[in-house]
Design a protein around this ligand. Structure first.
Ligand SMILES: [Zn+2]
Length: 47
């Protein structure tokens, strides 16, 4: 999961890709994101 450093919105990589197919916040479009640990036992693919 990722957290936007501007608005604080937390989202999954899939959610982000569904919105933009790009590396930015689905809510505000900010491009600086912090990677956070997901509760789901799921492997995150490298970009
Ligand atoms: Zn944001």
């Amino acid at each position: 999961m990722y957290k936007c450093l501007r608005c604080g919105y937390v989202f999954t990589k899939k959610e982000m890709e569904d919105y933009f197919k790009d590396f930015k916040c689905p809510r505000c479009g900010y491009r600086i994101l912090m990677k956070v640990r997901s509760e789901e036992p799921k492997v995150v693919k490298a970009i």
